[in-house]
Design a protein around this ligand. Structure first.
Ligand SMILES: Cc1cc2nc3c(=O)[nH]c(=O)nc-3n(C[C@H](O)[C@H](O)[C@H](O)COP(=O)(O)O)c2cc1C
Length: 395
């Protein structure tokens, strides 16, 4: 039995990934901004929520199936957009998209992916979702949206919380880049991680293929990082949602909402769904965990749009808790990235299997047979202090 088959938890996948992935890329995923307080709170806060056990309820015929953004999903879990995924494992975005497709859950490709929209489309059979960062170069963004349309992406995820980069100390110290710089330290790492290195040598996909070759100013690698750094648009406003929607012509989900007032704004400006998210604790350190703010955001806009959540989900129990607090579905980032680093496509499948089994058994022990019926009645207690605002409960 391989280490992958033996892994029973997402944390065990993380331990395997740590052995197999070069430090700078493992650290890139396992990091938050500044003190990493929000990164930690995202998962710790889930453990403050206790579930209500029920017995003598017929548990036969259970179903986890649901719809996410109007599409069938075998469980209420989607793969979140993550940059540099093709550095956790060669061709990582293709591997993750294939695993998601076979499992019947949505995959979201990041703007900052290594494999391009076209790479993923050529290597998968079903439409996937594309995540968009608004950049100053609107011509590039128009072409990017058109490319997502041409590749039949069925939804756009518009990320609103990264117009300026939260500082992550590990990345600065490691000198993170794609492709990696061949420093003596990195060559040493390659020697210690031969499987990763061999697979990486076997692919041509080593840099941001959604960008390189698609903008003159980032035509070669030396210009790419300067171009990217200058591109995140600090003047982004709510008006952009309508512009993106019109250009794309399909559903646009707004990601990075952490406040009820922002949730109302997103809905008022046409969002077809929102993702409650603090970017996995990678942006505003000191912001509350996603699960903590979920109930007040569901309260504010839950009747007018679908509310999804990501941040800190490491088990099927976490998924159930999010659903009980009103989410229509969840997104996972590191949970699938660690699976990918641990074992490529099979590792992503393993991560999804772990979550599915935990979710199914938890749902049964809570006395539910249908994930869509899960709600506040499945929660026993929440040991998280309420929002403390001099402005009142909803700001
Ligand atoms: C390594 C990494 C890269 C990420 N890159 C992106 C990105 O390119 N675009 C984006 O919208 N969010 C990005 N995110 C945020 C994720 O989409 C998601 O919000 C977060 O990972 C959820 O938290 P979790 O990792 O604890 O599940 C990234 C997260 C990680 C961990």
């Amino acid at each position: 039995m391989s280490a992958l088959d033996k892994a029973l938890t997402i944390n065990e996948l993380m331990a395997i990934a740590k052995r197999r992935v070069p430090k700078q890329f493992f650290d890139y995923a396992d990091s938050g901004s500044w003190t990493e307080g929000t990164y930690r709170a995202n998962s710790e806060d889930f453990s403050q929520i206790k579930l209500r056990q029920r017995v003598a309820v017929n548990m036969e015929g259970r179903t986890l199936a649901t719809t996410i953004c109007g599409e069938q999903a075998s469980m209420p879990v989607a793969l979140a957009p993550t940059g540099f995924t093709g550095m956790q494992s060669a061709d990582g975005e293709i591997k993750a998209a294939r695993a998601a497709e076979k499992f019947g859950v949505p995959f979201t490709l990041s703007t900052m992916s290594i494999c391009s929209i076209e790479d993923v489309a050529e290597n998968t059979g079903k439409p996937f979702w594309f995540q968009l960062y608004m950049m100053r170069d609107r011509g590039f963004i128009e072409r990017l949206i058109d490319r997502a349309k041409a590749a039949k992406c069925s939804a756009l995820v518009l990320t609103m919380d990264l117009q300026i980069l939260g500082q992550r100390h590990k990345d600065l110290r490691n000198g993170m880049s794609a492709p990696p710089k061949f420093t003596p330290r990195f060559v040493f790492e390659m020697a210690r991680k031969p499987q990763w290195a061999m697979q990486m040598l076997g692919t041509k996909r080593h840099t941001f293929r959604n960008i390189v070759g698609h903008v003159d100013a980032a035509g070669d690698l030396s210009k790419l990082s300067a171009w990217t750094a200058s591109q995140f648009d600090p003047a982004l406003s709510w008006k952009e949602i309508a512009w993106v929607k019109e250009r794309f012509g399909g559903p646009v989900i707004v990601k990075g909402i952490l406040d009820p007032e922002d949730a109302r704004q997103a809905v008022a400006h046409g969002a077809d769904g929102i993702i409650v998210s603090n970017h996995g604790g990678r942006q505003l350190d000191g912001a509350p965990s996603s699960i903590r703010v979920l109930p007040e955001i569901v309260d504010a806009v839950g009747n007018s749009t679908d509310v999804y959540v990501d941040g800190g989900i490491r088990s099927g129990q976490d998924v159930l808790k999010a659903m009980a607090l009103g989410a229509k579905g969840t997104f996972i980032g590191r949970a699938f990235l660690w699976g990918l680093g641990a074992g490529g496509e099979a590792g992503v499948t393993r991560a999804l299997e772990i979550i599915r089994r935990e979710l199914d058994i938890t749902m049964a022990l809570c006395g539910e047979r249908d994930i869509k019926a899960v709600g506040l009645h499945n929660i026993y207690s929440i040991d998280l202090p309420p929002r403390n605002s001099p402005l009142g409960a909803n700001g």
